[in-house]
Ligand binder design. Structure first.
Ligand code: PLP
Length: 470
């Protein structure tokens, strides 16, 4: 790439004008952004200085089909030239959203029958939360409003969804969570199980804790439980054996809906079309975004069951309009992008590649880190995973989070040409590369991850090395 960019000027201009999401405000305004990316192809992206990196995170867990796909640009241009936009309020529609809904519905379980389109994962979860309230109101149970999420989970950043998110930094200084949201235990067997507890016993204990919370709150006040099949930003936490079976039995007993947040897991990430297929989850509602368009267009799809739909349908006689929707709901350009994206996922068998190359990547990581002194666990499924950093694997001692070991490892790995995502609360390094990844690229990831981790671990001070016992 010829360098057409004045990086220093761009950094200064960025720092002067932009409030960056999820960033330390003073850091970015003092130093400017760390990198400015300008082009991408496949799994690789290049910055303004010509540095080319393998994006092991796929943007923000969303770049399923890989960068620079001209088919998406073609679909976008055609849809934009043809009309560009019209809303979908008050019964208006367009062929692209109609085609997309049909396509998506064919991939959903039979009992899921309707989809609502929006623009982000947050608005999908927000929409589903409001539908829980609307639905229970129509059923004559307006007090059944509380939503139970899990500690450490990530479900978005709007007022409602930041409340669902179980990370303290998303609550602090915002006066959140809202009173309708409660949090239950994190199902991370490796770090949260008691000594000697089996996975099944751990799952049963967590299901009991969930039931105790429901009873303490009053089952008549609890409307829904929300969970990702595999918790992404919370640490790529795969559920322990029997977890969702035990949880679903509790929910059923107390007439509580299951909102399945597939914003990360959906559209092939786990080697299956959707994460709920892995764990025998029967969701009442499903939130998707990210991989729906592989990030080329901001779009979400929130799904509801036929049982919920019937209540909404019958309620319209008394309530009139379903007074919820976004200017960009069912956007014809977004829907055309989603259709082109799904055509690539299907045409190139990317779900199967996620399973196969994902299994290869996990095997290589397990070979490399299975006995590593500072890696406690390699976890994940398909092309979704994380490495658990530990001060001492043998004594199961974690690092003191104040040392920011995950961020330092991610920076060192970045210097070896691979992007991974540090997850500070879980003290883990996460990866979710494009589903086009091949074995050579998987090897490149493992090599850079090993070099970066070994470098940081080799430089630890005695104090940092001590860590903090659980
Ligand atoms: N749900 C999950 C599981 C997510 O990981 C995210 C974002 O990372 C969201 C919801 C929110 O999506 P968005 O950032 O598009 O609002």
């Amino acid at each position: 790439m010829s360098t057409l960019y004045d990086t220093e000027h761009l950094k200064r201009s960025d720092a002067a004008n932009i409030l960056h999401p999820a960033s330390v405000v003073a850091d970015v305004s003092n130093n400017g952004p760390a990198r400015i990316f300008v082009e991408g192809k496949g799994a690789f992206i290049t910055d303004t200085d010509g540095n080319r990196m393998l994006d092991g995170v796929g943007g923000l867990w969303c770049m399923n089909i890989g960068y620079g796909r001209t088919e998406i640009g073609d679909a976008m241009k055609a849809a934009s030239d043809q009309m560009g936009y019209f809303h979908t309020f008050a019964g208006a529609s367009n062929p692209a959203q109609i085609g997309l809904a049909e396509k998506l519905m064919a991939k959903m379980p039979d009992h899921i029958t309707k989809v609502f389109f929006g623009s982000s994962g947050s608005d999908a979860n927000d929409t589903l939360m409001k539908i829980v309230w609307y639905y229970n109101g129509l059923r004559g149970k307006p007090e059944k409003r509380k939503i139970i999420a899990r500690k450490q989970a990530y479900h978005g950043t709007t007022i409602a969804t930041a409340s669902l998110t179980g990370l303290a930094s998303f609550h602090r200084n915002f006066g959140l969570p809202i009173p309708e949201v409660k949090h239950t235990s994190l199902p991370h067997y490796y770090r949260e199980a008691k000594p000697g507890e089996t996975e099944e016993q751990f799952s049963a204990r967590l299901a009991n804790e969930l039931e105790s919370l429901i009873i303490a709150e009053g089952p008549e006040t609890v409307g829904a439980f929300i969970a990702e099949p595999i918790m992404g930003a919370g640490g790529v936490i795969t559920p322990p054996k029997g977890y969702f079976k035990a949880v679903q039995a509790v929910l059923k007993k107390h007439d509580i809906l299951f909102i399945c947040d597939e914003v990360v897991c959906g559209y092939g990430r786990t080697g299956h079309w959707f994460g709920h297929q892995l764990y025998d989850i029967r969701p009442d509602m499903i939130a998707t975004a990210k991989g729906l368009t592989s990030g080329y267009f901001p779009m979400s799809a929130a799904f509801i069951s036929d049982d919920i739909w019937k209540v909404l349908h019958d309620g319209s006689a008394t309530l009139g309009a379903f007074a919820h929707g976004f200017t960009y709901s069912g956007h014809p350009v977004g829907a055309a992008v989603a259709l082109a994206n799904l055509a690539i996922i299907e045409g190139e068998n990317l779900v199967a590649n996620s399973a196969e190359t994902g299994a290869y990547l996990h095997a290589q990581l397990n070979d490399t880190f299975g006995h590593h002194a500072h890696i406690g666990e390699v976890r994940g499924v398909g092309l979704l995973g994380a490495l658990q950093l530990m001060a001492d694997r043998d004594t199961k001692t974690g690092f003191d989070l104040k040392h920011k070991i995950a961020a330092r490892c991610a920076a060192a790995i970045g210097n070896h040409g691979v992007i991974v995502r540090p997850l500070p609360t879980a003290d883990s390094l996460a990866f979710s590369p494009p589903l086009t990844l091949d074995r050579g690229e998987a090897n490149q990831m493992v090599d850079a991850i090993k070099k970066g981790i070994d470098q940081v671990m080799g430089e630890l001070s005695a104090d940092e090395r001590k860590g903090m016992a659980a």
